[in-house]
Design a protein around this ligand. Structure first.
Ligand SMILES: [Zn+2]
Length: 304
């Protein structure tokens, strides 16, 4: 499986960051360059404190590893950054909501363009705004689990994991009536063992991202838009198969969406949910990696 198999060693070696967990490299996980459809992957060592708009979010410990796409020993992926597709398909994802004011505004923007997105929601926010989650589902969006209160899952004991994962999925199911099959760990903080546990024990695929505009730092709507379209720092912009990270709890993000979405539509991109994107994965073998592709494995700070 040539599609994005990265070893923790790549990011760790480049950043000098400590691995997320003491788990040693798993046999079968080998370093490989990113394919053309994948964006930057990095570390979140030195992660900044939570944004004020998301008081429930906690700062991840320094040295925490970045979102990576990992493979289990049998070659199956335990997480997804992007999907290799044969068409112009991309998935827009929004984390940390629902927000009482901003999420409905975003839903209006998406509805006007007939775009379906994927919302990775927090259990504690769904509890406060069940009607917004119901609207997301009613309007054709996909809903995934983003934990109960934005804890770094790789630092939790098993009991805590049960609350963050199972209780959140149960609440989403009770509120929206659908089983939850996708999970995005807060901060992208995961490791192969945790990702496999989330899939095998809790029934959810771990979804990371390939495009990250750092919108949670509120750089302004224009900047958010520019970063999503064209990339920034070592992050590539949107390409076919991209999973784009954004947050529906920041005003600047919502203000960036009309122009961003219109520009992506004008380029011919087709928006699908994350599950739809995974289902569209190309069955053709990936092309041989090029040396230049390896340069995109640089890292940067981030929060999800
Ligand atoms: Zn988050």
């Amino acid at each position: 499986m040539a599609l994005v198999i990265l070893s923790a060693a790549i990011a760790t070696a480049q950043q000098g960051a400590a691995p997320i967990s003491p788990i040693p490299a798993i046999p079968g996980i080998t370093a490989a360059p990113l394919p053309q459809t994948s964006g930057a992957v990095g570390t979140i060592g030195g992660l900044s404190p939570s944004s004020p708009a998301n008081p429930s979010a906690v700062a991840a410990p320094a040295g925490m590893q970045a979102p990576m796409q990992l493979a289990s020993p049998n070659g199956e992926r335990s997480s997804f950054n992007s999907i290799r597709v044969d068409g112009p398909y991309i998935a827009m994802t929004f984390d940390d909501g629902p927000d009482a004011k901003l999420t409905p505004r975003l839903l209006d923007i998406l509805k006007e363009r007939n775009i379906h997105a994927t919302f990775f929601v927090l259990g504690e926010r769904v509890k406060d705004h069940p009607e917004i989650l119901q609207r997301e589902i009613a309007e054709g969006h996909e809903v995934g689990n983003h934990s109960w209160d934005h804890k770094a899952l790789n630092k939790l004991a098993e009991g805590g994991l049960q609350h963050e994962l199972a209780d959140t999925s149960e609440l989403i199911k009770q509120t929206g009536g659908k089983p939850v099959i996708l999970m995005r760990p807060p901060y992208g903080a995961t490791n192969p063992r945790l990702s496999r546990a989330i899939e095998k024990e809790y029934g959810m695929k771990v979804i990371l991202w390939s495009v990250d505009p750092d919108d949670w730092k509120d750089p302004g709507a224009h900047v958010v838009s520019e970063r999503i379209l064209n990339g920034w720092k070592q992050s590539g912009g949107t390409k076919p198969g991209a999973i784009i990270l954004a947050h529906d709890i920041h005003k600047g993000t919502i203000e960036a969406m009309p122009a961003t979405l219109d520009a992506l539509l004008a380029k011919g991109y087709k928006f699908v949910t994350v599950s739809e994107l995974i289902a569209l994965e190309s069955k053709t073998p990936a092309p041989s990696p090029t040396p230049s592709a390896q340069k995109s494995t640089k890292s940067k700070k981030r929060q999800s």
